[in-house]
Design a protein around this ligand. Sequence first.
Ligand SMILES: [Zn+2]
Length: 489
Amino acid sequence: MGYTNSPLVVYTKLSPNHSGQRTHSIDRITPHCVVGQLSAESICGCFTSPTRQASCNYGIGTDGRVSLCVEEKNRSWCSSSNANDQRAVTIECASDKTEPYAMNSAVYATLIKLCTDICKRNGKKKLLWLGDKEKTLNYSPAADEMVLTVHRWFANKSCPGNWLYARMGELAATVTAALGGVSVSGLQATSLKNLSEAEAVAKVGPLFTENQKESGILACVSMAQFILESGYGTSELAQNANNCFGMKTSLSGNTWPNSAWDGKSVYTKKTQEQNDDGSMVTITADFRKYACVEDSIADHAAYLLGAMNGSKKRYEGLAGCMDYKKAVQIIKDGGYATSHTYVQNLCSIIERWNLAQYNVVSGSTTISGWYRVRKSWQNAASQKGAFHDLTYAKQCADANPGYVVFDPAGKAVYPVTQTSSVPYAVRVSINDLNIRKGPGTNYAKTGQYTGKGVFTIVAESAGAGSKKGWGKLKSGAGWVSLDFCTRVG
Ligand SMILES: [Zn+2]
């Protein structure tokens, strides 16, 4: 099939940065955030120098105009993946410079049009967003299917940013609707309504896992918000949660413009936000109703990570926070909820449904959410109890002298050993003092020993397997047990 270029193009400045004709026919589209509110011309301008070693097929400027940088027949240098760029049309979109790399409505509207046009000219009737990297890369599209991919799967970047990432499902559904097809992706909210709460939680949990693995928000926290808000409330999350869990059939307050989802239902509402100086400002925000659960989750995660209060993050510290109580407190303190019992309510949902089982760290470690009271982390047989609530765990340790509270990762958190002011020098009198990667015997050995001598400790931490705690070596080699160190300065 012959390749063509989009009739939407209003400016062309071809980049020398490409690999010539594609070796694979077009069956993917990869939208990017260009990290700047650039014009269509400026996006081409980024890629005119051969030393830049980068390009894209199309650019969408901040006013929604389209430019051509690399002809569609050629393989652009855009997504950090040869395999992807051989088969993908790549699009750089004008965006904000920081997470969530938001795009304005003109850019997003053009992205929908351009994707629709690319699909049509390449004989595709459906645009698919499968959400999951492995699933997508292993998927063989049918002759009439186009698949969306994202740069973050191929490089350590946020691209296309959490703003657009949250809308990929909506983009796919809207384009597919424009092509006259029927969108099939996603777990439909309505299909959950006949399940019991436990069944709905089990079904939706893995979706949270997938989405929040990407975003760095604890799955259990935002899942608990969904469940909490499905009982009452009129917020966007409550609407989505109610759709997902179906615990209540009607909600008062906001109504959606269309009762049946049409791929573009949006309502605008005004909310009050506080500036840095304490003054209030009215923010007008668009809220969307999603047909499928994945998009609701992704959008909520993007909101929590990207919301701003003046120039500061509204929920600073949330990204990557691994302690659900702390994360819930951050959300409460950011002004998400005013109820005095919000933190308690959310934590009790997490515990009731054991939602912490859905937390995933870097795709591997599962946090179970129990505080364990033991003599040492290794000595599981000594366990006096396991508690979701740290307060009870502390009471148990107080009642049993010599016992320590360990957090779900095995780090000793109570009683806290007295911390000395650092740095200070210690003498090591044995040859084989292990250096570990972290403060505790639950962290791997680095394979190195300090040897005998005097060393400088620059940080202290309580941790499993050492009564006096752990000291961080100034050399950066790792941590050593202070049980084997004598302070000399
Ligand atoms: Zn990119």
